[in-house]
Design a protein around this ligand. Structure first.
Ligand SMILES: Nc1ncnc2c1ncn2[C@@H]1O[C@H](COP(=O)(O)OP(=O)(O)OP(=O)(O)O)[C@@H](O)[C@H]1O
Length: 249
């Protein structure tokens, strides 16, 4: 689904403060793979995600998504394949608008899966049914402004709106970093369920080693712009949580 072929990305190129953020990475991510990326601060995780999303272009190498060479394709044109959820729960939705209106906007923007656009009761009912699948009781609050919800509730709705798009790839950049542990737990479980239900290919960046252990079917550790470890399937299942802590020893 995603092929990253010998990709390099340096910042401040040719200057004394040049940083080789991504340093010749080769990575093939299969359809339905849920890849977790861990690594120390500054190891290049977000830059790698930005390269996949198209907000940053590589200096060399190529990137393919779903069989298309997207190396020079800007992010807004990659959104036909890719949805992205950021750390900040405020970044994905409009605070002053109701939950319903946020879904209406998302439906207009993306021709969201399973939603026919309109102001009628049928649309409202469809939104309620989608939101009910989160199991958070938010289907009874759809007239409430988004800004009145907690960060966790908002992040769960952002996730739902993102994946209802026709996307095949979900990028999660520390989606729970701003949340309390309980909300973080709800959001991660929601993400996991949506990834399974919508058969998505997903990449999660996290500093939470418990989440890195519990979620995903492949894990890579990055260091200095390179992949230090890459474990998938049974190798990941065989990992102990302490092994992950040892990686950062
Ligand atoms: N736009 C930029 N301009 C200059 N340097 C940058 C830019 N973006 C990233 N870098 C540098 O590239 C390196 C990798 O940064 P990146 O954000 O990808 O790391 P990260 O692993 O996601 O870190 P963290 O865990 O702290 O979020 C860092 O040294 C960072 O300072």
């Amino acid at each position: 689904m995603i092929a990253i072929n010998n990709v390099h990305k340096a910042f401040n190129k040719g200057k004394a403060n040049q940083v080789n953020a991504v340093n010749g990475i080769r990575l093939n991510i299969q359809s339905n793979e849920f890849l977790v990326i861990v690594g120390s601060n500054g190891s290049g995780k977000t830059t790698l995600l930005n390269l996949v999303a198209g907000t940053v272009f590589p200096d060399n190498g190529s990137i393919n998504i779903d069989g298309n060479d997207v190396t020079k394709t800007p992010d807004y044109r990659r959104s036909q394949w890719i949805a992205r959820v950021f750390q900040n729960p405020m970044s994905g939705t409009a605070s002053d608008l109701s939950i319903l209106d946020n879904f209406r906007l998302a439906a207009i923007r993306t021709k969201a899966k399973g939603l026919s656009i309109g102001v009628n009761d049928a649309f409202k009912q469809q939104v309620k049914e989608k939101i009910a699948t989160l199991g958070m009781g938010l289907e009874n609050k759809i007239e409430q402004p988004m800004g009145t919800l907690s960060g966790g509730q908002r992040q769960a709705l952002t996730l739902l709106m993102s994946v209802m798009d026709s996307c095949k790839v979900l990028l999660l950049d520390e989606p729970t970093a701003a949340l309390d542990p309980r909300s973080a737990d709800v959001v991660m479980r929601t993400a996991d369920k949506l990834i399974t239900d919508f058969k998505l290919t997903a990449i999660l960046i996290t500093h939470n080693l418990k989440d890195a252990y519990n979620y995903g079917n492949r894990i890579i550790q990055m260091g200095e712009g390179a992949i230090l470890r890459d474990l998938s399937g049974e190798q990941k299942s065989a990992l102990k949580q302490n092994d992950l802590f040892d990686w950062f020893g």
